[in-house]
Design a protein around this ligand. Structure first.
Ligand code: ADP
Ligand code: TMP
Ligand code: MG
Length: 205
């Protein structure tokens, strides 16, 4: 049966699609890893298209940017975009072999299904996003995406209090943990957020 489906794909000239998810807390190197994979695809002569949500204006409105200033030009999508919007608005997707998305925690709950649709078209889909918000709760569409993924890479940062492996992100207001009733979405960097290990992370109250 497996052999049959591989042959079937070959006959149809289609590549086998794949969903890869890179996750972890802030500063873990998610965007660096996304850019590394994109760079290797380009070395291999593959066409790549990259997207991020428009809300991420932290370092640039038009580029995916790492905390150490590496950049990749991308297109910007609204939170609730649909599969049809994507295909109609960006016909380049039909030719591309690889589709990359950064900051995917900001997309709506439709996002995993859209990734599945792209995989079904034979695309290699590479997604980076936060697994947990500042309260320690699973963030937006990422939990479902992790369940659907063919490969998950969970990265750690360096705890900014003790230097151990950080798996969580602390949002700070005036040096103190932000309260649990603060809005989940707040774009920011070092002025607002620290990477923390389980022991140093304080659950918002
Ligand atoms: P992410 O997208 O996961 O937030 P980036 O890929 O944009 O992370 O940036 C990772 C880079 O951030 C690291 O290579 C390092 O230079 C820098 N950095 C800053 N603070 C930390 C930290 N606490 N732990 C690890 N790396 C950090
Ligand atoms: P990063 O993972 O590339 O560092 O970016 C994470 C972005 O998510 C950054 O703009 C801050 C934002 N964010 C929230 O909006 N809510 C949260 O609870 C956390 C932890 C981060
Ligand atoms: Mg990032």
């Amino acid at each position: 049966m497996l052999t049959f489906s591989i042959n079937q794909r070959e006959k149809e000239g289609r590549m086998a699609g794949r969903l890869e998810v890179i996750t972890g807390p802030m500063y873990a190197g998610k965007t660096e890893e996304l850019l590394r994979r994109v760079q290797r695809c380009r070395i291999a002569g593959k066409m790549v298209v990259a997207f991020k949500p428009g809300i991420d204006t932290r370092y640039s409105p038009t580029n995916i940017v790492t905390h150490n200033q590496r950049e990749l030009p991308c297109w910007v999508l609204p939170r609730d975009f649909s599969f049809t919007d994507l295909i109609v608005r960006y016909p380049e997707i039909k030719k591309a072999e690889v589709i990359a998305f950064d900051e995917a925690q900001f997309f709506g709950l439709q996002f995993p299904e859209i990734c599945e649709g792209l995989v079904e078209m034979g695309k290699r889909v590479i997604v980076a996003g936060l697994d947990l918000d500042f309260k320690g709760d699973p963030f937006g569409p990422i939990p479902n995406l992790l369940a659907l993924a063919d490969e998950v890479l969970k990265l750690t940062a360096v705890c900014q209090k003790c230097g151990n492996l950080a798996t969580r992100t602390q949002r700070l207001i005036g040096g103190k943990p932000a309260p649990k009733n603060a809005p989940v979405i707040q774009v920011g960097g070092k002025e607002t957020y620290e990477a923390r290990c389980r022991d140093c992370w304080e659950k918002p109250t």
